[in-house]
Design a protein around this ligand. Structure first.
Ligand SMILES: C[S@@+](CC[C@H](N)C(=O)[O-])C[C@H]1O[C@@H](n2cnc3c(N)ncnc32)[C@H](O)[C@@H]1O
Length: 246
């Protein structure tokens, strides 16, 4: 592992397989996780005292760990169940030695257990990492998620986690109040999410836009994006589909 410091001082890695950093160097790993995923999700679900969270995909675990950090820092009395698939077993095995930011200092035991056992449970948190393909995992799951952190590598290299058929799977695993958070604002990605039945919103947590998606209209967070209008204005725009040969 060859850690790379991001702008907020937290470390990330570069994936030679996907030719991409795990986090945006200019945003900062922990900052990106909190601003693009955790804060919007917890703002939306502030009244709920138990949340089922799907973390796509575990990677270095920043989204899962930032969730725990955010809950502890804000003394939230919520029960959290996190489910996170990840293809790269070697990466997860090595995370016990990764140098995380000081914000995660209190989470050292949890990091060790997740890296070693792929599982952690106490009276407030239950975290399960599934080593394998996310889509196989989602096909088999039989529960509803309140929050979905959609944080795969970008669609040009991690196509299978951005197609309409993939979001169909997420739709089956969502409830009336599910929030999907993602850094991707690409129109084809938004169309994939939209065609799977979700309603698209845009938010600007700090400097960069993000996409949020819900099964029904809401007025707690973000600005509604009219995808029918987008399609009218951009006739060539098209969702991503499993069977399109690229
Ligand atoms: C951008 S990284 C995730 C970063 C992570 N959220 C974090 O905070 O470190 C994307 C991750 O998805 C994993 N991945 C890519 N395709 C996958 C698939 N089909 N199933 C499971 N994991 C996958 C990669 O191995 C990589 O760790």
């Amino acid at each position: 592992m060859n850690p790379i410091a991001t702008v907020d001082g937290s470390n990330t890695l570069f994936s030679t397989q996907y030719n991409q950093h795990y986090h945006n160097i200019d945003d900062g790993a922990i900052h990106e996780s909190l601003s693009k995923h955790i804060i919007p999700a917890f703002k939306f679900h502030q009244d709920k005292d138990e949340l089922n969270i799907l973390d796509i995909c575990f990677g270095l675990g920043y989204n899962t760990l930032s969730t725990l950090y955010y809950i502890k820092k804000n003394n939230l009395n919520k029960r959290i169940n996190i489910f996170s698939p990840e293809l790269n077993k070697k990466l997860v095995n090595e995370l016990k030695d990764f140098v995380y930011p000081k914000e995660f200092d209190d989470l050292k035991d949890i990091i060790y257990q997740l890296s070693t056992n792929k599982y952690y449970k106490n009276e407030q948190f239950e975290i399960t990492i599934y080593i394998g393909d996310a889509r196989d995992y989602l096909e088999k799951l039989n529960l509803k998620f309140d929050v979905i952190y959609q944080d795969a590598f970008s669609s040009d290299v991690n196509y299978e986690l951005w197609t309409k058929e993939y979001f169909d799977l997420l739709y089956k695993l969502s409830n009336e109040n599910t929030i999907i958070t993602t850094y991707s604002i690409a129109t084809p990605v938004r169309l994939s999410i939209y065609e799977a039945g979700f309603i698209i919103y845009q938010d600007i947590p700090i400097k960069r836009k993000i996409t949020l998606a819900f099964r029904k209209k809401q007025n707690k967070i973000g600005k509604y994006v009219d995808m029918e209008l987008k399609k009218q204005r951009n006739k060539k725009a098209c969702a991503l589909y499993d069977d399109i040969i690229r």
